[in-house]
Design a protein around this ligand. Sequence first.
Ligand code: AMP
Length: 213
Amino acid sequence: MMRFVLLGCPGVGKGTQASLLAKKLNIPKISTGDILRSAIEQKNPLGEKAKVYIHEGKLVPDDIVIEIIKERLKGKDCQRGFILDGFPRTTVQAEALTHITSVDIVFYLRVEKNELIKRLEGRRTCVQCAQMYHMEFNPPKKEGKCDDCGGKLIQRKDDERKTILHRFEQYDILTKPLLKHYQDQKLITEIDGLGGVSQIFQRILEFIKNDYL
Ligand code: AMP
């Protein structure tokens, strides 16, 4: 089975790599961040609850995201596997995940922090389809417009500097312990996250090629 988790600091490129891998393997990318943002846009009850946390760079409470994942993984499209992007983010979430499904590989994308701040501040997201760009490293063909759907590109509120620093703090306290959790289970594969998007993707493919390609 292709049940993959992508772990790493905010801005490390998890979302981008998860999308590429999902396309390549024809399995869904499941991003709690995307699901929550789309709930906020639709102004539904989940969105109303999540909004305050996300805009302040805080983690949404565990029970909310665990429920989202539990429901989403029941989807028919998850039968061959899935890629979790941005979940789990706390040990409570990781524990809950073990009761929902097994995991085959946890990719840990690793990049130094200063580099990450630069990346996050330059990041732009499509309001319509959530595709990500970077003003310097991965610019859209037409400034301010999504290549895929023509949607408007914006800087997410949680990509502003003050919020970024808060997200890092939260990552260190809450998410970093997951590395040990998955190391103990011998599920971690470390990927050097420095370099171009396709270069990093090649590193991931190199790792899975014998088993999954
Ligand atoms: P992301 O797009 O993965 O960076 O997520 C954006 C924001 O959504 C995070 O800063 C959190 O506020 C929230 N979020 C996404 N996934 C989770 C999660 N697994 N647990 C708690 N909060 C989450």
